[in-house]
Design a protein around this ligand. Structure first.
Ligand code: 13P
Ligand code: SF4
Length: 343
């Protein structure tokens, strides 16, 4: 049985978070409100044999209070594949919960987020991909994991920010259509050139509304102010940002970089959730600059997690058409196959 958390323990854990604005400001009063909700969720998890998977971008009280697994989108899909729980509560965005359902058709997958979109996933439908495939019949269709099940069902292989370059390099086809992230696609083109890999890559026009906003000039001024700063960015940022970065990687790879490098000043170009995790997990490292929030990820609350565990509404369950599920599973399994073959 999980030992219940007290408001004081929660406050001691979260009080030092300084980046993230009002949503990440933990007062003693706020912790008094949150602690009983955390305890009720943890008791219900045990009762229902449920696990909570949480993306690093969701709020700190979810990550540190109730999540069983926290990670980037690749790690969470592996966790979803391996869990023996009967119920999966996926605290992130809907396409990630769909991936968990595709990998676990017999489990109940619940989504607590109230804003179920993602600017990338919403930019393209399965119908768009079907049309593109007739237009480009000799192309391999590679989709970023930030797509709906409907889109994955029409594609050949799925990638995440942690494996995108290696998988694209190893796909035998010369012609590749990458979707939906235009900026990540431009970064793939730069990286393939750097690796000396010949590919003809076409791109869809989607972007992540959080990562496309970063201005490369900001890096210049940050370096003037903090000459020793290491700039760490996500591959959803523009090529101009990546060009000036010391390290580029998925959210989990960024955490490993900060942990393992001897540098102690970092400018993190991704969603606030990563910055707050770094603040709590590595208090000796200094983070400069501010961060940006994803409204979709931050629409996850403890109250909605409690609600979906206690008495979910029909729309809180992920339900997918079985044929679509089989096709989408093939696309995701291809990613696992490429990743396993690399080892
Ligand atoms: P990763 O956590 O896989 O790096 O992805 C970031 C993201 O934007 C997910 O929506
Ligand atoms: Fe989508 Fe961007 Fe939010 Fe990730 S950060 S969920 S890509 S909108």
């Amino acid at each position: 049985m999980i030992t219940p958390i007290t408001a004081q323990l929660l406050f001691d854990k979260l009080k030092d978070i300084k980046i993230g604005g009002q949503i990440c400001l933990f007062t003693e009063e706020k912790c008094c409100e949150l602690a009983p909700v955390i305890n009720e969720i943890n008791a219900l998890k045990a009762e229902k044999n449920a696990v909570i998977l949480a993306h690093t971008y969701v709020s700190p009280e979810i990550i540190f209070g109730v999540a069983d697994f926290v990670g980037d989108s690749y790690a969470l899909s592996v966790d979803a594949k391996n869990t023996s729980a009967d119920v999966i509560v996926f605290s992130a965005v809907k396409f990630m919960a769909e991936t968990a359902k595709i990998l676990n058709p017999d489990k109940d997958v619940l989504v607590p987020s109230t804003l179920n979109g993602c600017s990338l996933a919403d930019s393209i439908t399965g119908e768009h991909v079907r049309k593109l495939r007739t237009q480009y019949p000799d192309f391999a269709f590679v989709c970023y994991i930030n797509t709906t099940a409907d889109v994955k069902a029409e594609c050949d292989v799925c990638v995440t920010s942690s494996n995108v370059y290696d998988i694209v390099e190893r796909i035998p086809n010369q012609n590749i259509y990458f979707l939906p992230d235009k900026l990540m696609g431009q970064n793939i083109i730069v990286e393939m050139k750097r690796r000396g890999v010949q590919k003809n890559i076409l791109l869809w026009d989607g972007t992540c509304y959080v990562h496309e906003e970063y201005d490369p000039e900001l890096i210049h001024y940050m370096r003037l102010e903090h000459p020793d700063v290491k700039v760490v960015s996500h591959p959803e940022c523009s090529p101009a940002i990546l060009k000036q970065s010391d390290y580029v990687g998925s959210t989990s790879q960024m955490i490993d970089y900060v942990k393992n490098t001897s540098a102690n000043q970092f400018f993190i170009l991704t969603e606030c959730g990563l910055t707050t995790r770094l603040q709590l997990e590595f208090p000796e490292k200094k983070l400069v600059g501010s961060c940006t929030m994803c409204k979709y990820m931050k629409s996850n609350t403890l109250y909605d997690i409690l609600r979906v565990l206690k008495s979910p509404n029909p729309e809180d369950h992920i339900v997918l058409n079985p044929d679509l599920q089989t096709k989408a599973r093939h696309c995701i399994e291809q990613m696992f196959a490429y990743t396993a073959a690399k080892k």
